[in-house]
Design a protein around this ligand. Structure first.
Ligand SMILES: Cc1cc2nc3c(=O)[nH]c(=O)nc-3n(C[C@H](O)[C@H](O)[C@H](O)COP(=O)(O)O)c2cc1C
Length: 183
């Protein structure tokens, strides 16, 4: 059974919605799923899992401080263990997907790309093969202006059921690709 982890940081609930749909889909598809919201204490070892979904809200083009602090803590840990070395070996059977929710009020999706890249490089340092980066639109809660007048137009209510259905399809797609790779 695939051991999957959904590890995420969310302040106003959008990323949590996406994370929940990812976890539900993984469970439906028969994975053993751990679902964890990152906080100041989190020190979960990613290498205990075969498939990791690492997600965050975007704050000033990057993941949240809570997510970045977790990553920095774990970097220290993996350096100490000798996991991170020059030309980090790619670990067989260790796959990951990075995702974020963002509002893109000023420049659109370019505001989200650095956030997933930042998380991606971390995962690659640990030896994961990162299969994809997902940028999912999320309403800018408590800001009418940023939710209606930005580069993405009116994004109130996002991620909506359509966004979440797409996430579900993508999770199934990833699992199909892995099944084919193992068979
Ligand atoms: C302090 C703060 C900074 C933000 N900075 C950005 C940003 O630079 N780019 C962007 O696209 N969205 C930005 N947003 C919008 C959030 O990324 C977006 O609404 C996201 O879906 C929130 O996720 P959450 O509900 O899981 O916290 C910001 C939101 C807050 C509260």
């Amino acid at each position: 059974m695939t051991r999957a982890l959904v590890l995420y940081s969310s302040v106003t609930g959008n990323t949590e919605k996406v994370a929940e749909r990812i976890a539900e889909t993984l469970r439906k598809e028969g994975c053993d799923v751990s679902f964890v919201r990152v906080d100041e204490e989190t020190s979960i070892d990613l290498l205990e899992f075969d498939l990791v979904f690492l997600g965050s809200a975007v704050h000033q083009w990057l993941p949240t401080k809570t997510m970045m602090d977790y990553v920095k803590r774990m970097l220290k840990h993996y350096f100490k263990l000798g996991v991170i070395v020059p030309s980090v070996p790619i670990k067989p059977g260790k796959y990951a997907v990075c995702f974020c929710t963002f509002s893109g009020p000023h420049t659109g999706v370019s505001e989200a790309v650095p956030a997933t890249k930042w998380m991606r490089v971390f995962l690659e340092h640990v030896g994961f093969t990162v299969l994809d980066e997902w940028h999912i639109v999320g309403e800018f809660k408590n800001s009418e202006e940023n939710s209606t007048l930005g580069r993405l137009g009116n994004i109130k209510g996002r991620p909506d059921e359509r966004d979440l259905a797409e996430v579900e399809e993508r999770v199934v797609g990833i699992l199909n690709a892995l099944k084919l790779c193992y068979s």
